[in-house]
Design a protein around this ligand. Structure first.
Ligand code: SAM
Length: 371
């Protein structure tokens, strides 16, 4: 499998060629670079194959050829937020809304468990209906039935006490992309009532409580610059999350960003490789958005350093209603079909699907494990 070729768009630099050629190796050895060096890496495609092969060697050092699966349950598409990019934003009046009931969510878990998934991800819009009084017993019930599974939550910003109560009820992981670490850019993507600082605060709270935390950002979102991407990488260096999810921005027809171009495939893949080299042991999904902009996008993602896939466990009847962006894939597949299709893709890409909880491996420094 080869990556699609594109025209070399690198604009030229004052940095000597010999130093530039060493940048992927330098990143591999030091897990960081200066802003100028990162700019060079991000803006040219000439190191993509070096970055990908180094990233793959690092992922193999930590995870071999294993790919972890997370069963995704999209349990509500109600959302009180109005993010300019998102198809389930409050302002989308043409979207038919749904909520899965507790029994339906448990039935998704049962199907997923039978398919070998040992992580369930409860993802949804910021839906006030699912308050603490509903979420706490739901989480406790899933925990009671599936002691050997991780419960991952991903339904946005909540007060610290709520996060703590969910953790005490049995949740172990939380996914909350910071979206962009630059406050000005954050305000170009969200209405004024939302704040990047507040979202980052949530991530720190989640870490403090003891969750395994996932963060990340969209690639090629409107108004994004290379400087913003570097700020994202610097923020992640501070946060040190266990999981980092990135995917291309994809326009949705019923949002203010309907006419912006989709995020580029190659840049997304390059950033996956850069993330793998900067955060060697991190769990990095090859996202559905990547599979949406290119039929082999998820396979490319795995080849560039990703080691996680998130197959959909939501009932087929509601899938189309969780349309974050145009042409989202896997809308009609039953869970078992989805599992089979993904397994074949993983094998074709040269890896293997494993059935276990798939926790993050400890980082090794000078051959010594840090945990
Ligand atoms: N409400 C939760 C939250 O805020 O984290 C979880 C659901 S939210 C829809 C999940 C992620 O989808 C967001 O963090 C965002 O990065 C991504 N997303 C939303 N709209 C998108 C788009 N148009 N293109 C690509 N990704 C998108």
């Amino acid at each position: 499998m080869t990556l699609p070729s594109t025209i070399n768009q690198f604009p030229g630099s004052t940095c000597p060629k010999t130093i530039m050629q060493k940048l992927p190796l330098l990143l591999h050895d030091n897990q960081t670079l200066t802003n100028e060096e990162l700019t060079l890496l991000i803006q040219t495609d000439q190191f993509d194959s070096d970055l990908a092969s180094l990233a793959d060697s690092v992922r193999k050092k930590y995870y071999g050829i294993d790919v972890y699966l997370r069963g995704l349950i999209e349990f509500t598409n109600y959302c009180k937020n109005d993010c300019f990019y998102c198809g389930i934003r409050k302002g989308n009046n043409v979207l038919e809304r749904y909520r899965l009931l507790e029994d339906e969510i448990l039935s998704c878990c049962e199907t997923g468990y039978g398919l070998g998934y040992r992580t369930f991800v409860l993802q949804g819009g910021e839906d006030p209906y699912y308050d603490d009084a509903k979420m706490i017993p739901l989480i406790a019930n899933i925990r009671k039935h599936y002691e050997d599974c991780a419960i991952t939550l991903s339904f946005g910003e909540r007060p610290k006490e709520s996060y703590r109560a969910f953790f005490e009820a049995g949740a172990n992981r939380y996914l909350l992309r910071h979206e962009t670490a630059n406050e000005t850019h954050y305000h170009q993507l969200h209405p004024p009532v939302m704040s990047g600082k507040q979202r980052q605060e949530c991530l720190w709270n989640l870490k403090e409580i003891g969750y395994q935390v996932g963060s990340g950002f969209m690639v090629g979102s409107p108004y994004q610059t290379t400087e913003h991407l570097i700020e994202d990488l610097r923020f992640l260096q501070q946060l040190r999350p266990d999981m980092i999810g990135i995917g291309p921005f994809i326009a949705h027809h019923a949002t203010p960003f309907h006419s912006f171009p989709n995020g580029p495939l190659r840049l997304t893949l390059r950033l996956i490789s850069i993330l793998r080299l900067m955060f060697p042991n991190t769990l990095i999904p090859s996202t559905t958005a990547l599979g949406t902009i290119d039929p082999s996008g998820r396979e490319f993602g795995l080849r560039c350093g990703a080691n996680v896939l998130m197959p959909n466990l939501s009932p087929v009847a509601v899938r189309k209603k969780y349309e974050l962006y145009n042409n989202k894939i896997c809308m009609d597949e039953e869970a078992a079909e989805c599992r089979h299709c993904l397994e074949q893709r993983v094998v074709r890409a040269g890896y293997r699907v494993v059935t276990h909880i798939g926790n993050v491996k400890p980082l090794e420094i000078d051959g010594q494990s840090t945990q």
